[in-house]
Design a protein around this ligand. Structure first.
Ligand SMILES: Cc1cc2nc3c(=O)[nH]c(=O)nc-3n(C[C@H](O)[C@H](O)[C@H](O)COP(=O)(O)O)c2cc1C
Length: 327
């Protein structure tokens, strides 16, 4: 078990923030399957939050059942970040997280996300101001640095510790690397040695066994899983079972079919047609990994023009390909 201030994270497993993915529906799916300690919302732009942008404020919505829940904010102005963090606290989040790792150009240009690793003075000002402005636990998520010649994650980790941050989350790739290559887990051990606050390890946990390997090899206090959970939302329950030396639950193809269709029906109910089709296509990309003839399904889905067409195509794919093959 891991404690972040008054929040018990048990088991010490985190669903990573993923823009376009970890919306309320997906967080609930993961929470209901079980085994996850904390679920994290998609990142929220601090400026939009403070200005009351409707789309961003709508994203802030969550369900009591999701708790403990972390809400991540990004931005480059310390006062606006502090105000956004106060909104996050007032809205009832259990944890506030600051994004200092996003490598997307759009975010870097605004000197947010990983760009803050190129300006540690500004990063420090943000951390200090936000920490003073809220009383819920604060975490900071970052990468190794801007590129391999400028790896300053140890320095940033120490800044976090000095200003009372409850835990740091490291995805050990540089911003330049984006998602290429392998996450260099040895840096998780180095950060663990450099700071005395909890370190959460993130990066390339694809299967339950990887999480155990990360904990054993690096000594991190917790594990955060992103893409692995989109392909397999059962992964947290599987890791939790391995941690308690229990039997690892394996979803059947019927379980997968129900999960996909239930999720998609909720998306269709909740979103407008354009957003629903976008989300269904995104999730089909993730969910179809490892399914028989997944590529064919993905191609077919991308040509769909109606949401009902999506559901029919998935039903049919399971009936004629997946379950037929499993029989
Ligand atoms: C589609 C997608 C969206 C992401 N959005 C965010 C985000 O909003 N905030 C953030 O800190 N990281 C974001 N990330 C990075 C993940 O949180 C995580 O650090 C990264 O995927 C490495 O972990 P993994 O190998 O378990 O996926 C995103 C990653 C993906 C694939």
């Amino acid at each position: 078990m891991l404690n972040l201030g008054p929040i018990a994270v048990d088991p010490p497993l985190f669903l990573a923030p993923m823009a376009g993915i970890t919306d309320r529906d997906f967080r609930l799916i993961v929470r209901r399957i079980g085994g996850v300690g904390v679920v994290t919302m998609e990142f929220l732009q601090s400026k939009g939050l403070v200005e009351g942008d409707r789309r961003i404020c709508r994203q802030l919505w969550f369900d009591e059942e999701e708790r403990p829940l972390s809400i991540q904010i990004y931005g480059s102005d310390a006062d606006i970040m502090a105000e956004a963090a106060r909104i996050v606290e007032a809205r009832g989040a259990d944890i506030c997280d600051i994004n200092m790792g996003c490598p997307a150009n759009k975010i870097l240009k605004g000197c947010s996300g990983a760009a803050l690793m190129g300006d540690l003075k500004l990063a420090e000002r943000i951390i200090k101001t936000v920490r003073r402005s809220i009383s819920i636990p604060l975490t900071v998520k970052f990468r190794l640095g801007l590129d391999e010649r400028r790896m300053n994650y140890l320095e940033l980790g120490r800044i976090c510790e000095a200003h009372g941050v409850q835990a740091v989350i490291l995805h050990p790739r540089t911003a330049r690397q984006m998602y290429r290559g392998e996450a260099a887990w040895q840096h998780l051990s180095a950060l663990k040695e450099a700071v005395s606050i909890p370190v959460i390890g993130n990066g390339d946990v694809r299967q339950a066994e990887d999480a155990l390997r990360m904990l054993q090899q690096t000594g991190v206090d917790g594990v955060m899983v992103g893409r692995g959970a989109t392909r397999n939302p059962w992964i947290f329950g599987q890791i939790a079972a391995l941690l308690s030396k229990g039997k690892m639950p394996m979803p059947t193809m019927e379980d997968r079919r129900h999960l996909i269709l239930d999720h998609f029906r909720t998306v269709i109910e909740r979103e407008d047609d354009k957003m629903a089709r976008f989300k269904l296509a995104t999730f089909t990309n993730w969910y179809s990994h490892g399914l028989a003839e997944g590529l064919r399904l993905r191609r077919q889905i991308h040509a769909m023009e109606t949401t009902q067409g999506f559901l029919d195509a998935i039903e049919e794919h399971f009936d004629t390909v997946v379950l037929a093959e499993a029989a």
